[in-house]
Design a binder for this molecule. Sequence first.
Ligand SMILES: Nc1ncnc2c1ncn2[C@@H]1O[C@H](COP(=O)(O)OP(=O)(O)OP(=O)(O)O)[C@@H](O)[C@H]1O
Length: 244
Amino acid sequence: MVKTQTIEKVDQLLEVSNLSVFYGKLQAVNSVSFQIPKGKVFAIVGANGAGKTSLLRGIYGTAQYTGSLTFNKAAFTAKTNRFKSGIAHVPQGRAIFGDLTVKENLSIGVLGIKKKTNELEYLLNLFPILETRMNKQAGMLSGGEQQMLAIARAMMSRPSLLLLDEPGMGLSPKLRMEVYESIRRLLDQADHDMGILLCDQEIGYALRIADQMSVMQKGQFIWSGEAGSVSVDELSTKYMGLKA
Ligand SMILES: Nc1ncnc2c1ncn2[C@@H]1O[C@H](COP(=O)(O)OP(=O)(O)OP(=O)(O)O)[C@@H](O)[C@H]1O
């Protein structure tokens, strides 16, 4: 009798095929392909100038790109509104409104979309620290709290895909770890199917929370695999040119 093997069907959230990103004549991303399954954190690590931010911008449609993007089984064109399709982008540098309160910052996250009833309650469960800071000016929060606020604001629209560009930048190792743990928690505790694409310069933090990872260099992926299949030392020495 012939044995049939059951292959688990993976439900892909985002399928990126031959993505290239350009700034005029400069090509920042060179024909990159990967998939993000629902419920997973996909991390892209690479040094300064590797092309991480450009890749996120290509996916979000804010930089000129070629290649194909399929999100929740629908093909994107350059004109598809990514936010309305269910993608939220937290760019580098915590784009919060420092003069507004935490509560006001969060309410901006749902502008322009159909309001659900309990976004705030849902978010405060995921980021309990923000509940104690609701009426505080966002500019007065610590760096880690500001980063959590930026992520929480993006989550107010309950995106299916969250794009995070170096969420630990400028934070102390302790705060950085807190932010990364809250990122993993928000995926694991989300009340809907979602995935996360995270870009980072440092392998160690990303590796702790990622399910899958790629190393990017000069606009291309030079290593891709399961995060659990590799050590920080191996990736650092072999692919990032760093000493163990
Ligand atoms: N707006 C822009 N106009 C022209 N070139 C750009 C622009 N943004 C980025 N680049 C170039 O694209 C390449 C990739 O940059 P990118 O910011 O994507 O890298 P990165 O991996 O995110 O780096 P970092 O970790 O320093 O943010 C670099 O050569 C950079 O100089």
